[in-house]
Design a protein around this ligand. Sequence first.
Ligand code: NAD
Ligand code: WQD
Length: 357
Amino acid sequence: MKDSSLRSILITGGTGFIGSHTCLKLLEKGYFLYVVDSFINSSPKVLRKLEELFPQGSEKFNQQFNLIEGDIRDSTVIENIFINSINQNRCIEAVIHFAGLKSVEESLLNPSLYWDINVGGSIALVKVLEKYNCRTIVFSSSATVYNSISDSPLSENCEVRPCNPYGETKATVENILRSLYKNKRKDWRVINLRYFNPIGAHSSGVIGEDPIRKTNNLFPYLSKVASGNKEVLKIFGNDWPTFDGTAIRDYIHIMDLADVHCLALEYLLQKEESRFLCLNVGTGKGTSILELLKTYEIVNSCKIPFIYVDRRPGDIAISFAKTELATSILNWKPKFDISDMCRDGWNWQKLNPCGYQ
Ligand code: NAD
Ligand code: WQD
């Protein structure tokens, strides 16, 4: 197998939350990265932060990290990246496709935007990939693709029937990739990673989660309440059928998730034959909102005021992953627990109260 230091990878959406943490891991492994991002939900300032964290210095960083501002829906942008990589004798061998919008709520208000960016963008991307014979892709899918009635632990065989436009776009991209694998050419190597609830930050606190668009995810909000940036956490429902009445989710540390991407990429690059896999990425452990909140308070010696309000429409009581497939295929196990996630998330929040501003 080729040394990873000789491999060039295209990363779409690589300055976002999951993309930035994954880029750091890939850089440390010696990959040469072409990162395309429109900055619709991230900041170009991530570039200097990654440089700061890169252990081998600026010169090596600038050789390995190529950031291109552009929209994946614009095929000339992606084509130019491939042409440059060929001209630089660094042919792109695989793609990690993070770029997309991710808010369930926003997708209900503006479904066409989600279909355009998430599905239209992915179609534009794969057309260029086919043209340049690059058929190895790791795609950011989501646990949202499952139906809302299957019992946890959710296995990859559970029914895929999303109940919001965001989830529908993710399931559709998975289907497009499955169709390419099955019908078009047998040489596609595809892994759809179905993430559960990624939280936390790099332990340095130099990079973390800083969305530009409105989100209503629990962890960033909880961190803002802890820092006094927001007054109170509203817990959506205390009458769920769980041991403490609050909803249960499968939280996974962002650096564990970054590792999974490296392993998925290595797995595909090692395979001669085509592949199509859907893998859950979680810890397999459910944590209630109150458990998460209490852990955050204890680990970080802070107070998080909260109130109970009505359930959020569309939410479910319990969601956690069956993780054996990812464990066996990628030989992966999460290293971090909820306390680590709370400590690292708080460190990022404390050091960057206004994000990347
Ligand atoms: P993020 O918004 O931080 O990152 C996505 C990145 O894609 C951003 O930097 C954004 O600017 C970029 N982008 C969006 N549209 C683009 C376009 N048309 N062209 C180029 N760049 C574009 O989100 P994230 O949390 O890092 O998520 C990454 C991926 O993982 C997304 O596809 C998301 O749907 C998926 N996902 C995220 C979660 C989660 O909880 N964070 C869970 C499951 C799946
Ligand atoms: C977790 C729990 C809320 C905010 C979503 C997407 C999923 C994935 C991750 C992208 C729920 C409760 C939240 C608040 C609260 N993203 N909550 N007060 O809903 O499990 O998943 O993000 O793919 O696709 O659906 O995550 O962080 O929004 O909520 O009580 O202010 O916290 O009701 O029970 P969710 P979340």
